[in-house]
Design a protein around this ligand. Sequence first.
Ligand SMILES: [Zn+2]
Length: 287
Amino acid sequence: MHTIGIDIGGTKVKYGLFAEDVLIKVGEMTTPPSEIVERLIRELRDFIGEKAIKGIGIASAGIVNARERKIKKAANIQQIVNVSLGEMLEYEFKAPVMLGNDANCAALAEAKLGAAKGTDSSICITIGTGIGGGIIYKGNVVNGRNGYGGEVGHMVVVPNGTPCGCGRSGCWERYASGTAIQQMIDQNSVLTAKKYTPNNVFKHVNEDNECKNLMNQFVDSLGNGLVNLQYIFDPDVFVVGGGVTDSSEIWWNQLTEKLSQANISINVRQAHFQNNASMIGASYLVK
Ligand SMILES: [Zn+2]
């Protein structure tokens, strides 16, 4: 029997066919501007063929209510918000369908097969345009009542700080994400004059003090958030991944150094998975 893992993002929908833990086939389509469910069903019919399916797990961007099996809020895929996606696919493929937030699914992949494998509790942080988070306890995702569980990027670290898309101000992701790095560059005339970007600004820390200061701020903010979470959850391990960690060889030692100065023991590891984490984790929602 096979399982299907699907990752619905704002630009792409990816799907994988799994035999137990082994990913045997991957497919993808551009997220269509309309009729996304109909298109997805057609694509999956071809993708699955005659194989018997044990279940379908779906990871989606935005706020996902796992109990109702609906996407409740997602910026770029409005058209399937509040649609009974779980029921529709279940009816079509005659197999159980489960939904989860993409960051939660990435955390599940890390806990089952990746950097947090073998641990009881882990928190996976995905640093990209924002900060996504997923909390795993004894093999399960902590979704919470409404699906907000693990949305650690929106804990306020600076009261009345930078406004955030969530409606509050001073959220962690406004200080320690790719967008935050861009904003720090934009607010610094020396850095903007040199046309630095979030992708290259850390590469100049050895010869440019402004870059060094920016990196120190980023690492401080990232570290402070991790220490906050350690005090609340005390997980066995944090897994840190996402696009911003492409430059982690430059700042990782500084982060672990900062964490070692906290009066609390913290275990951080770099993510094992990159692009397919959410899709792999989604398949575990039905295993
Ligand atoms: Zn926020």
